[in-house]
Write a protein that binds this ligand. Sequence first.
Ligand SMILES: *Cc1c(COP(=O)(O)O)cnc(C)c1O
Length: 373
Amino acid sequence: MACDYIELANKGVQGLQPYQPGKPVEELERELGITDIVKLASNENPLGPSPQALAAIQAVLPELTRYPDGNGFRLKAALADKLGVEAAQITLGNGSNDVLEMIARSYLTAHSASVYSQHAFAVYPIVTQAIGAQHIAVPAKDWGHDLDAMAEAITDKTRVVFVANPNNPTGTWLTESEVRTFLNKVPPRVIVVLDEAYTEYVDKTDFPDGIALLKDYPNLVVTRTFSKAYGLAGLRIGYSVSNPEVADILNRIRQPFNANLAAQEAAIAALSDEDYLKRSVAVNAEGMAYLEGEFNRLGLGFIPSVGNFISVDVGQPAGPVDGALLREGVIVRSVAPYQMPDHLRVSIGTMDENRRFIEALEKVLGALSGEQS
Ligand SMILES: *Cc1c(COP(=O)(O)O)cnc(C)c1O
């Protein structure tokens, strides 16, 4: 080749590693020649989509020849109604990751910086480095965000701070007073992104509602998604709520039809399916309690989580454990790229799936300790 196409790419992109998703079920089925695979790797809702969302998708199929409503009028109206905000504050995305990227592209340049925490969600460095901006990863405290240190890391160059509440993959969370104390220290010219992808699962009285904080902090952008508790990860639909000026800016760089037709319809239906949401949260709580109990029984440490996943310390480098679980037909997530080499992140599944995972884990850990002795 005449050119080095890696070298030609912008420097920030050259420094990135591709995002590692959980192994697709079909891929492992092909490799192992088995079919009863359990995937607990991507924090998806184990119940399948809401029946109302499915019906809405069915109903819209004949319309797929049309472009969607680029402004998402009806979905924004439904969200505005539900959240008590103006439609002009809402930005729809092809997943909330799309909105995170829009924020980075709108507010970061090669001469500015973003701040986020060690062990924080992988998309923050990706969207930052894609722009060639500097990224400051602030060391975590007890696996969670150290908001005091993050506030201190803000310099004249900082334009965006990403805060995940709760965080993925640690499941750690911040209280309302912690978030407010932090926001009070951040200069108004710095956009604070509060990523609330798992907010529906959290059952803590002092857990903040980012939407309620918006009136006090015009620099705040709250992102949420239909991928997790609403069970629509495959459709790709998420959103942010911000002050209308920030929404206006995001709207200028948004791809014209970034929220697809089926996704908009399904999201509107899912929003009103309160029974499904309740069941999702209940199944998650039951599964979380079960896994915590089993980890205790097995003598394994874990990071207490308020999300729909939990990171367990397998007491040894997690790579071989992950590989052995795959051979048992159980897909979980290695979090080595998050500087957590001894942990595996497991999404909460149905009780059958959770039991399959624990049986496989117990077998695999027993076999690995047998090899060592
Ligand atoms: C899963 C997740 C999201 C959601 O991504 P989508 O693009 O909406 O599917 C956002 N933030 C965090 C921290 C997540 O774990």
